[in-house]
Design a protein. Structure first.
Length: 107
């Protein structure tokens, strides 16, 4: 059985600033999970991957929850035709607050 063609992951320019506010010990975990979860079938809903019901300021269509207690959020858009995934933002969820790049973000 042939394996489906992988999506190309494209990181937005601001993502490096977002990840810089996350503790370094989680950087490789976040990168690994993004690779595993979004390389194939990024538009398939799973327990930790879901479409956003309302638009955010990042205009993202999907949210991926990863890390200990699902505290990290990856916001992305996938284009099935071009086979690309645009990583728009990476945030940290603390209780009912989301921080992206060290700034609180409205949910």
């Amino acid at each position: 059985m042939a394996k489906s063609r992988a999506y190309i992951l494209i990181y937005d320019t601001g993502v490096s600033d977002h990840i810089a506010t996350v503790e370094k010990k989680y950087h490789s975990l976040i990168r690994r999970e993004i690779e595993q979860q979004l390389r194939y079938e990024p538009n398939v809903e799973t327990r930790n991957r879901k479409p956003l019901l309302r638009a955010s300021s990042f205009a993202s269509a999907w949210e991926l929850r990863i890390g200990p207690n699902n505290r990290f959020r990856v916001f992305y858009k996938a284009d099935d035709e071009l086979r690309t995934v645009n990583i728009l933002a990476i945030g940290v969820k603390i209780k009912d607050r989301l921080y992206i790049g060290g700034k609180e973000f409205e949910l």
